[in-house]
Design a protein around this ligand. Structure first.
Ligand code: IMP
Ligand code: MG
Length: 179
């Protein structure tokens, strides 16, 4: 089994590139069928989704647009919670069909805050496409329509996702080896 080292931890190959590409093509096909006449606006959440967004969009064959957003984090005043605000969104989204492209939904809090923020701009509908979903970690109710892989609640790296800033460039997904 292929093992790599990222910073100070070992990771083993979890999702090989062929499997990632095959499942992304299937997910794109579902989106093509469901949103054919909606001229969707894809919103890729940087940094983590850059590889997934690029590969997914190569298989989207319907009329569509794509834009990129970042989530700026700051410590909230209440309960010391982290608040994340969307920035970089220059397009109007009122009345639009929006498809969020994310790398991973873990607790779901990031996605929930993104939805809350986008919903204040009156889109017609918002769909979610995420490469990975950890069902066991989810702490808020979310409807995830386009999940490429459901995975166990273990830390992963690669294919856009980082460990302390490192590993985003890997073309496969690796899971941490317990110490
Ligand atoms: P959530 O708000 O708990 O759903 O966390 C989502 C964000 O945490 C993702 O967009 C990632 O940036 C990061 N994240 C969660 N799990 C992992 C992981 O296993 N590896 C790398 N980043 C992760
Ligand atoms: Mg992310």
């Amino acid at each position: 089994m292929e093992t790599i080292r990222v910073k100070d931890r070992d990771f083993k190959l979890f999702l090989p590139k062929e499997a990632i590409q095959a499942r992304i093509a299937e997910t794109a096909q579902r989106i093509n069928e469901a949103l054919a006449d909606k001229n969707p606006l894809f919103l890729a959440v940087l940094n983590g989704s850059f590889m997934f967004a690029a590969d997914l969009m190569k298989h989207i064959t319907i009329p569509c647009e794509i834009s990129f957003v970042k989530l700026a984090s700051y410590e909230g005043m209440q309960q010391g919670g982290k608040i994340r605000e969307v920035f970089g969104l220059s397009e109007r989204i009122d009345g639009r069909t929006v498809v969020i492209i994310e790398d991973i939904v873990d607790s779901g809090k990031t996605m929930q805050q993104l939805l809350d923020s986008l919903n204040t701009r009156n889109p017609a509908e918002i769909h979610i496409a995420t490469l990975l979903f950890k069902p066991a970690a989810l702490s808020c109710p979310l409807t995830l329509e386009y999940v490429v892989f459901e995975i166990p609640n273990d830390f992963v790296v690669g294919y856009g996702m980082d460990y302390d800033g490192l590993g985003r460039n890997l073309d496969q997904v690796y899971t941490v080896v317990p110490q």
